[in-house]
Design a binder for this molecule. Structure first.
Ligand SMILES: *Cc1c(COP(=O)(O)O)cnc(C)c1O
Length: 293
């Protein structure tokens, strides 16, 4: 399995000093260039389960810019699985950079309409019922098997923190961390920034995964217009932040960090607070921003 190299670094900023908070970042983006950040943590026990079940063909789902599919393609290649990505939307005339990289790792694609894409178990059944090696992995690697790998991040921390901040898509990574904090009796508050608009559903989705005992906080107003959407104020802020030498993507980690700065400036945190942010990776996504412009 992949060795985990993910140091914690302190971030420096005048705002942090003025508000007397300490901000750190767990560099999960450094785990691997393509098996990026939280996607490795989510896949670790899924891959182990596929192997234990003697399934060597991993089938999963995503949009054309999916960080999950790229992580799966690369991990599949590295650990000896065949991979198929079922992609939402028509087959493009030319693959974008993300799918091109998936293809480099040997992933096969099946492009399906948005309509067909909705029923993933049905799609899997229709296409792979006769393949005894095929193993279903939900979009984004979501599901119960993703939780313990995410919770393990907590065992790597050198010091205690008052808050842990991360970006939320499906909320699976946050669910794993909230479950892990509860199991380890940590008082750390686990706080997620939703990158989708109208993501109230996350509360019940996360409780479905981990029950009502582990506590967590969601910030739903930092989506910047919706999934993968941006605006000038946000992009200016992000491009400025990236000049510090720590790169964030516009879809996930940028929105999380923007939210953190905003919350700090609005005195959300008590002076003396120690805040850990998670760099969940996904940096190839930033290339898509340039190509779309
Ligand atoms: C997939 C992804 C997330 C969201 O993870 P969830 O477990 O679906 O909430 C966050 N950050 C990055 C960079 C991602 O690629």
């Amino acid at each position: 399995m992949l060795p985990i190299f993910s140091p914690v670094e302190e971030l420096k900023n005048d705002l942090f000093e003025q508000k007397q908070v300490k901000v750190y970042i767990k560099r999960d983006d450094l785990i691997h260039p393509f098996i990026s950040g939280n996607k490795w943590r989510k896949l670790k026990y899924v891959l182990a389960d596929a192997r234990d079940s003697n399934k060597n063909h991993l089938v999963s789902f995503g949009g054309a810019y999916s960080n999950h599919l790229l992580a799966l393609a690369c991990a599949g290649a590295k650990f000896g699985f065949k991979t198929t990505g079922i992609i939402r939307g028509d087959e493009p005339r030319k693959l974008n950079h993300q799918l091109f990289l998936c293809q480099q790792f040997g992933m096969d694609f099946l492009f399906v309409s948005r309509e067909t894409y909705r029923n993933k178990p049905q799609l899997f059944f229709n296409n792979f019922a006769n393949d005894p090696d095929a193993y279903f992995i939900d979009e984004g690697g979501a599901g119960n098997l993703a939780l313990p790998g995410c919770a393990e991040l907590l065992d790597e921390l050198p010091e205690p923190y008052d808050h842990i901040f991360l970006a939320c898509g499906t909320g699976t990574t946050l669910a794993g961390l909230a479950m892990g904090a509860f199991q380890r009796n940590l008082s750390t508050k686990i706080e997620g920034i939703a990158v989708l608009k109208g993501a109230d559903f996350l509360h019940s989705d996360i409780q479905q995964l981990i029950g009502t005992d582990p506590k967590f906080t969601l910030h739903l107003d930092y989506h910047q217009g919706g999934y993968a959407k941006t605006n000038t104020e946000y992009l200016n802020w992000l491009f400025d932040f990236n000049k510090t030498g720590l790169l964030l993507d516009h879809v996930y980690t940028g929105k999380m960090m923007f939210a953190l700065f905003d919350l700090i400036s609005k005195d959300y945190f008590k002076p003396g607070s120690r805040i850990l942010t998670i760099h969940t990776g996904g940096l190839t996504g930033l290339i898509g921003l340039n190509n779309e412009q």
